[in-house]
Design a protein around this ligand. Structure first.
Ligand code: ZN
Length: 86
């Protein structure tokens, strides 16, 4: 039993906002242990947040930018190509 990369990235974003339950954190931790892609995503997400804070960007732009990055990364990976779910 595990979580998908999609869930993991979602958890990573929620974790930044402190909105993750203990169980979700455990699943995320388990996923990050085996998935280099999501580890990279977490790293990038931290960098993005840090740089956005430096530039004093507005919150809504923050979210929008993160969405864009997630989409770009999903396209890049090429692992999920409109399979229409499981
Ligand atoms: Zn993953």
């Amino acid at each position: 039993m595990g979580i998908t990369c999609k869930q993991a990235t979602d958890y990573i974003l929620k974790k930044e906002e402190g909105r993750l339950t203990l169980r979700q954190r455990y699943h995320l931790w388990r996923h990050l242990a085996v998935c280099i892609f999501c580890r990279l995503f977490q790293k990038q997400n931290k960098l993005i947040n840090a740089s956005l804070k430096q530039h004093g960007t507005h919150d809504h732009l923050d979210e929008e930018f993160k969405e864009t990055v997630i989409k770009a990364m999903n396209d890049d990976s090429g692992t999920e190509k409109e399979t229409g779910g499981l």
